[in-house]
Structures are given as structure tokens and as C-alpha cells.
Design a protein around this ligand. Structure first.
Ligand SMILES: Nc1ncnc2c1ncn2[C@@H]1O[C@H](COP(=O)(O)OP(=O)(O)OP(=O)(O)O)[C@@H](O)[C@H]1O
Ligand SMILES: [Mg+2]
Length: 238
């Protein structure tokens, strides 16, 4: 499965989702390759850290300019079960190409002023990509949420997503949590980080489950479930 993480917002959590998603798939026994087309190379650097700390399983990756995405993708995609593509926030040719080669795009949305407008921009990009890749499907996930979600904002996003035939709103919300950064700094996914907030572990797991719903071939995650115990799921879609 090819999954891109994309948003027109900076610093919204794209890389955090991309690396956790790559790791959760690798832990599920999938062979995973991560392509970082963001010039800041942050997800690529995370894989290097993982390598230097000898974290298992390793996640092979490359950092490339978006203009080489198609060539790189054509070379690697048949060798892996999953390719995860981390993009930058710009509407560049590379990130548009990422949407064109993907089965799924995860769109993190941080609730707050301007988030709906930003999501609408993303929806336009997805529509454009679907002209060449009609099977592309999007999961919108609310991220970095603090306290109660702003209801008007949330309703507007839910109504918008509800009208988009190729989008679904993930039933989980990725809450604001410092352990995501701490895990990242050690080259770990949040569920590999010993003192992680359990809630973030569950949220990342549920985001994976939302993807499984569209691709039943994805395995379940007994290794992650070990960290979860009872009451793991917050539901899949709203
Ligand atoms: N749910 C969260 N709770 C708390 N901090 C978060 C969360 N998600 C991401 N962060 C932190 O926010 C910062 C930006 O996250 P990240 O790098 O994943 O975003 P990004 O969209 O990839 O940014 P960029 O546009 O710069 O590539 C990082 O310090 C990260 O640890
Ligand atoms: Mg990033």
C-alpha cells in the first residue's frame, strides 16, 4: 500500500504521522520503505537515528527532491509491501506526484482558525490527483488537539468531509502530547517509547486501524496491542 501524508500547513504533524505509520506497519510485519521529499529531511533523519540506535525493525528510507519522486518510486515500490511518503507543506510538483502514486493520503488537520480553508485547499489537490489516480482515498485526522475540540470548527470540518466522496474523517483524534516528540528524538515510534502516554499509542493504533478498513490485507498488530490492553479502540470513522 502506498500512503502519503500531506497538508498545506507547516508543523501540523505530517512527519510525526508518517514515521509512526511507517513503524506500525513494519511492526506488523510489513516491509516498509519511507520516502522523504521534504527538504527539511526530518523523517529521513528519524530513520538514521533509528539505525544509529539499532532500533528494530529498521526502516529503509531516502531523502530526495520531489522531482525525483516518480523515478525513485518506480524503482522501490515493487520491492516493499508499503511505501510511506512524507511531503512538505508546499503544493509542489513532487507532493502532487506523491498523491498521484498513492492509494491513500492522510491529511492531518489542526483544529483552529483557518483549518477548514486549509483542508479545502488539500481537497482541491486531491481532486486534481484523482484525475490521474481515481482510486486515491483520503483520511482526514484531527491532530495536536488540546482540551475540548472547538465545536463549530469540528462540525464544519465534519460536514465538509462528509460531502467529499473520497474522504473520511478518522474516528480518532491525535491529541497534543510531548511523548510524540520525545519518541521521535530517539528514532522511535510512540508505541516503542517506554514512558509514552498510552493515549497517543492508542490514537496512532486507531489511525492504522482506519487504514486497515480500506485495505483488509493489512495485518492486525499483536505487538502493538500488547501495549494497549483493553478498550483500545476509539472507533474508526466519524
Ligand atoms: N500530536 C502532537 N502533540 C504534540 N506535539 C506534536 C504533535 N504532533 C507533532 N508534534 C510536534 O510538532 C512539531 C511539528 O511536527 P511535525 O514535524 O510532525 O510536523 P510537520 O507537519 O511534518 O512539520 P513541517 O511542515 O515542518 O515538515 C514537532 O516538534 C512534533 O514533535
Ligand atoms: Mg515534516
Amino acid at each position: 500500500m502506498i500512503v502519503t501524508v500531506a497538508s498545506n500547513r507547516k508543523q501540523v504533524g505530517k512527519t510525526t504521522i508518517a514515521v509512526n505509520n511507517a513503524a506500525i506497519r513494519a511492526l506488523a510485519g510489513r516491509s516498509v520503505y519511507l520516502i522523504d521529499i521534504d527538504p527539511n529531511k526530518s523523517s529521513y533523519d528519524w530513520t538514521l537515528k533509528r539505525q544509529s540506535f539499532n532500533v528494530q525493525p529498521p526502516i529503509p528510507a531516502c531523502s530526495i527532491s520531489g522531482k525525483y519522486l516518480k523515478d525513485t518510486f518506480d524503482k522501490v515500490s515493487s520491492n516493499y509491501n508499503d511505501v510511506v511518503i512524507d511531503t512538505d507543506w508546499r503544493d509542489s510538483k513532487g507532493s502532487q506526484m506523491a498523491l498521484e502514486v498513492s492509494d491513500m493520503v492522510i491529511v492531518p488537520v489542526e483544529p483552529g482558525p483557518g483549518s477548514l480553508a486549509c483542508l479545502k485547499k488539500m481537497a482541491k489537490r486531491i481532486h486534481a490527483a484523482r484525475a490521474n489516480n481515481p482510486a486515491l482515498w483520503a483520511i482526514v485526522v484531527l491532530v495536536r488537539a488540546r482540551g475540548a475540540l472547538p465545536i463549530a470548527e469540528f462540525d464544519a470540518i465534519r460536514n465538509f468531509v462528509g460531502k467529499e466522496s473520497s474522504m473520511a474523517l478518522a474516528g480518532t483524534v491525535i491529541r497534543d502530547d510531548k511523548s510524540l516528540q520525545k519518541a521521535f528524538d530517539d528514532g522511535l515510534a510512540v508505541f516503542e517509547y517506554k514512558t509514552a502516554d498510552r493515549r497517543s499509542v492508542v490514537e496512532m493504533y486507531d489511525l492504522y486501524r482506519a487504514q486497515r478498513r480500506k485495505s483488509a490485507a493489512l495485518p492486525s498488530l499483536s505487538r502493538v496491542q500488547k501495549h494497549l490492553g483493553k478498550g483500545a479502540s476509539c472507533g474508526e470513522f466519524i
